[in-house]
Structure formats: C-alpha cells, structure tokens
Design a binder for this molecule. Structure first.
Ligand code: SF4
Length: 303
C-alpha cells in the first residue's frame, strides 16, 4: 500500500476554535470558484487540483471549463489520444500534467469503472496523483476529513501556529498531524475548513505583505504576537522563465498544438534561434512523451 501513513487525530479545542474563526471568514469572503460548487463532479475537482498546481486561478478557469465541457468524465478523456489532452492544456504550463491526467483517466477506466475512486489509497495509486492531490480530492469531492496542505496552508500554519515567517519546503508526517489537529471532527465541516485554510492562505496570509488587519485569526497568530520576525532561511526567489529551456519547450509545443497535423523541423527551428538549446528542448519533449517523431524531421503531438 503506497502513500503517506494516516495521522489524522482528534482535534484539540483551541485548534477547533481557530477553524471556527476561519470558517466564519470563509462563509463571507470565499471566492465563488466553479470547482467548489456542489454540482461539480469528483472528476471536475480532480482536474481543477491538477491544473491549479503552480498555476494561478484566473488562468485555470477557462481551460478547466473547456476541458470539462469536452470531457465530462474520465472515460471521455481516456477515449481520445493523449495528444488531444496536451493540445487542450494550451498555455497552462508544465504540460506533463496533461499527459498524467490522461494516464489517470485511463487508469480510472481500467480500475474503477471510469469513476474517480473515493478511497485515499486508490487515489494515491493513480498516475500523477500525489499526497496533496489525493487528499484534496478526498476532502473536496468526497467530503472526508484529511489534512490538505498546499503551499498556502503551509505558510498560514507556520505563521499562525508556529510563529515563523515561512512554512517548510515539503510536507512531513508531523505537518500532516499538526494540520489534522486543526480540523473539526465532523468530516463535512473538516472538508470545508480545509478549503477555508487554503483560501485564507491564498488571499490574506500571502507570502509578501500579509493582510493581518483583515485576518480572522490575528488575535491568536503566533507570528504576529512575536512581532512578525523575518524568515531565517535564505530568500526564496521565484524561478525566471525568459531564456530557459522551459520557455523553448513552450514555444515548440505551441507550434505543434496550433498545427492540425504533423509539422516539419523547419517550423520548429523558426521559433528559437539557438540550435543547441532548441535541440535539447525538443529532445526533452520527446523523452517526456509530449511529442512524437512521426518520420525523420517530422513531429506531432502524441497518440
Ligand atoms: S495574522 Fe497575519 S501572519 Fe497571522 S495568520 Fe493572519 S495574515 Fe497570516
């Protein structure tokens, strides 16, 4: 059995009061996002969680809507070539996620009759579904009680509970236990609290310049009480994009996405001047399965 061992605990009263405060704030301030609506299927929730990794909400919204309208179930996606998933992914970035979503859809068709499984271990066994995504789907689609820890929750809990400026770079068993301890006992309320913590971290307890005056937990925030001490670690700088292999890969893939059929090497050469970097990027796309070579010097999206 794979995945992270369960450490969900019974919450302490003080922790639950923090959840209550965040839930009250969430009831008023939550964004109306389509994947949070009750009519959204577990598949819609899973697609949203994969798309939202490292990608802002406003870029995900139109692609998510288009995706769900074209492929309303995992079986609909699995019936198409994986290249169609890469094409529909458009400019969301990190396009291997499109391939993994296609692989997950295929696995759900084979193992679960074309439905998204509701057991955490079954979710973890799907291609491309890691600990965060499995827990998010179990909580938000199936209303279960799980610690759901994204970068925003890591930062919120680090500040409010532990009194430090930044959260850890990865999630440990201790972090899972700590966040589980903040959740109410009732699964439905816990699932809502998980969404509320994420939203508070995304909108108020933001990385730079947190909006503490508008924060529902400011009276209990350990970091604020300690005088908002700066982070002791090295500054985390966002990765650049211009001039990187990621940018070249994006340009090459855009040529293939926009073409109705296979393209010639010359069409790819036209989008990046530097041949060594261009060749390296193309080789990476081939290795990752995002591009197929259909004949010498001819390329297409995968089948
Ligand atoms: S009071 Fe400020 S630092 Fe503390 S949790 Fe709220 S927004 Fe974050």
């Amino acid at each position: 059995m794979g995945g992270v061992p369960e450490l969900e605990t019974i919450p302490a009263m003080t922790s639950v009061r923090m959840a209550d405060e965040v839930l009250e704030w969430f009831a008023v301030c939550a964004r109306d996002l389509p994947w949070r609506r009750p009519e959204t299927t577990p598949w819609g929730v899973l697609v949203s969680e994969i798309m939202l990794q490292q990608t802002p909400v406003n870029r995900v919204l139109p692609v998510w809507a288009e995706w769900l309208s074209r492929w309303p179930t995992p079986a609909d996606l699995a019936a198409e070539p994986s290249g169609e998933a890469v094409r529909a992914w458009g400019r969301l970035g990190y396009p291997r996620r499109a391939l993994r979503l296609h692989q997950a859809a295929t696995a759900m068709l084979e193992r679960h009759g074309g439905t998204v499984p509701d057991e955490l271990d079954d979710l973890l066994a799907l291609p491309g579904v890691g600990s965060y995504t499995a827990r998010a789907v179990a909580a938000f689609a199936f209303r279960q009680r799980h610690a759901v820890i994204d970068v925003n929750v890591r930062r919120l809990v680090a500040r409010a509970v532990e009194g430090v400026a930044e959260g850890p770079t990865s999630v440990s068993r201790r972090d899972l236990a700590l966040v589980a301890d903040l959740l109410p006992t009732d699964p439905e309320t816990a699932a809502r609290a998980s969404a509320a913590f994420m939203e508070l971290g995304a909108l108020v307890c933001v990385a730079r310049a947190p909006r503490c005056a508008a924060c529902p937990v400011r009276d209990r925030c350990a970091w604020l009480a300690a005088g908002s001490p700066p982070s002791e670690g090295p500054a985390r700088r966002p990765q650049g994009y211009a001039g990187t292999d990621r940018q070249v890969r994006g340009r090459l893939l855009a040529v293939l996405r926009e073409a109705t059929g296979p393209v010639e090497q010359a069409d790819l050469d036209a989008v990046w001047d530097e041949p060594v970097q261009r060749d390296r990027a193309l080789a990476g796309l081939l290795t990752d399965g995002l591009v197929s070579r259909t004949a010498p010097g001819v390329y297409a999206l995968p089948h």
